[in-house]
Design a protein. Structure first.
Length: 517
């Protein structure tokens, strides 16, 4: 597959959807066959999960919300297996040490490591109880989230199952990972949500457990039996206000939905969520449209892979996304100008791109979370996984800046450049950023080639690295006539310092520190 090939990526995404649907059905079989006692203990509605696997629209199985939900169920099965093992394990200390290492490697995006090992080391005392608590929490959240993935299907399943009612324990607290606000019930998979009326807000504490009671015709909230929604034929009438996941203004239908703004506190931890300022939403859509004008091929990937953007108000925190939430991007809009915003949108989309490739192909071996390769971007040692992600995403960034530069060189493009809220200085900075990324990517490509010689990178991974190398070389050639102008500009000293810094890093770190392998 070529680096930028939207049709091929679309076919891969379709294959991913089929695999996720198959995975959901397989997980239900595994739980029923191997962990039936735990399924009963945690009240997992496996028949309902199987019904969702059969009836949900196939396109939903690459959506950030549904994929994240299936991944959580997959994690639960993993921890149920560990819970079964630890009950019969003689070497509790060795078991804890192995699990600690596995969690460091597999779950670096989750809180599982902190939950199982709150003291930051492989402590075996109380591990079984912490595993039990983690399984309980995951089951609780999985069941609640499943309730309204597709409300019409939920009502149908209750009717088909011949049940009078189904009671689900839940809470109305915020989820920072999904960017879902407190006092809301997410509806569907696009980010829409029911907003609790004022009376509910006064009566209920978000973190305190409540109960949802579902029948074939109604969803109600207890205590108080407050009606949330009622089935009317094939539709559902909601009694709480519905906040649709809308695209702002006159945005194209292919543009992303904009979610609530996630705010961080002084400790750089998520603190709260609020309804997004329309001005920030407009900036995101304008960035999206600018990419469409300047780089149609890159925009085709953007339409395919990014479906929802969460504005991020977090001083000192860069934009981010999660492997298990494909299409959901958290973009820092408050410390970044319009050029940075365009860059961040493409950067997170490139993470979604590589994560999709990683679901299909094994690209590297022997990562083991070892911090042994110098990262020109973080200026620290990083594992192979981190270097591969950075090299991929910043190659896309260099290509973006090159396309923005070429676009602004035309009369029509320069007019649109100004309409996009971009300045002449930002054009020079875009060219500087291109050269900066070219230098950084070339540095890391040498380390990736070294990893290939050590057989840490697979044949498929080596093919991807070659594509990145060809792309960065062609981008450098395309931009070469701007290099002297950039060196003569206000950004020239920074580019020279960057090149010198990379030379010093190579002298200090070499290709890798083998004593750490």
């Amino acid at each position: 597959m070529a680096l930028i090939d939207a049709p091929a990526l679309s076919r891969l995404q379709e294959e991913f959807r089929r695999s996720m649907r198959t995975l959901l059905a397989a997980l239900c079989r595994d739980i029923e066959g191997q962990y039936a006692h735990s399924a009963k203990r945690f009240a997992l509605p496996l028949d309902y999960f199987r019904y969702l696997a059969r009836t949900l629209d196939r396109s939903a199985f690459s959506n950030w919300k549904l994929v994240g939900w299936i991944e959580a169920l997959n994690d639960l099965v993993y921890f149920l297996d560990l819970l079964s093992q630890i009950r019969h394990e003689r070497d509790q200390r060795g078991f804890a040490e192995q699990l600690f290492t596995e969690c460091e490697d597999k779950f670096f995006e989750h809180t599982y490591l902190d939950e199982l090992f709150p003291f930051g080391r492989a402590r075996h005392r109380g591990l079984r109880e912490r595993l039990e608590q983690l399984c309980k929490r995951l089951a609780f959240e999985i069941i609640q989230e499943s309730m309204c993935l597709e409300p019409r299907r939920t009502f149908e399943w209750i009717r088909r199952a011949g049940r009078d009612s189904w009671t689900i324990a839940g809470r109305l607290e915020a989820s920072f990972e999904r960017a879902e606000q407190a006092y809301t019930i997410p509806i569907g998979i696009d980010g829409s949500a029911l907003v609790a009326p004022a009376a509910i807000r006064k009566a209920i504490i978000p973190s305190r457990q409540i109960a949802f009671v579902l029948t074939k015709d109604e969803i109600a909230l207890r205590p108080g039996a407050h009606a949330v929604g009622t089935r009317r034929g094939t539709a559902v009438q909601w009694h709480w206000p519905l906040r649709d996941a809308v695209r702002p203004g006159a945005a194209r239908s292919e543009s992303p939905t904009i979610g609530p703004t996630l705010h961080y506190g002084r400790n750089r931890e998520p603190k709260s969520l609020s309804v997004s300022d329309p001005r920030q939403a407009a900036r995101i859509i304008r960035a999206w449209q600018t990419i469409h004008e300047a780089w149609p091929e890159g925009h085709a990937l953007l339409e395919l892979l990014t479906s929802r953007v969460i504005p991020l108000n977090a001083p000192g925190v860069v934009s981010f996304s999660y492997r298990h939430r494909p299409g959901l991007s958290f973009i820092n809009c408050f410390e970044r100008d319009n050029l940075d915003l365009i860059d961040d949108v493409i950067h997170e989309n490139s993470h979604h791109h590589l994560n999709l490739l990683l679901r299909k192909h094994v690209l590297y071996h022997h990562d083991r979370n070892q911090q042994i390769f110098y990262s020109p971007w973080r200026r620290t040692l990083r594992p192979l996984r981190g270097i591969l992600h950075a090299t991929f995403t910043f190659t896309m960034g260099a290509l973006l800046f090159a396309r923005l530069s070429a676009w602004a060189e035309t009369r029509r493009g320069m007019a649109q450049w100004r309409e996009a809220g971009l300045t002449a200085r930002q054009l020079v900075r875009a060219r500087f950023r291109c050269f900066e990324e070219v230098e950084s990517v070339r540095y890391s490509l040498l380390d990736l080639e070294y990893a290939r010689r050590l057989k840490w990178i697979t044949t498929a991974g080596a093919g991807l690295v070659k594509q990145l190398e060809r792309t960065i070389v062609s981008t450098e050639v395309e931009m070469s006539h701007h290099r002297n102008a950039v060196l003569s500009s206000a950004f020239g000293p920074a580019l020279r310092r960057h090149v010198v810094g990379l030379r010093q890093a190579r002298a200090n770190y070499g290709p890798a520190r083998l004593d750490q392998v």
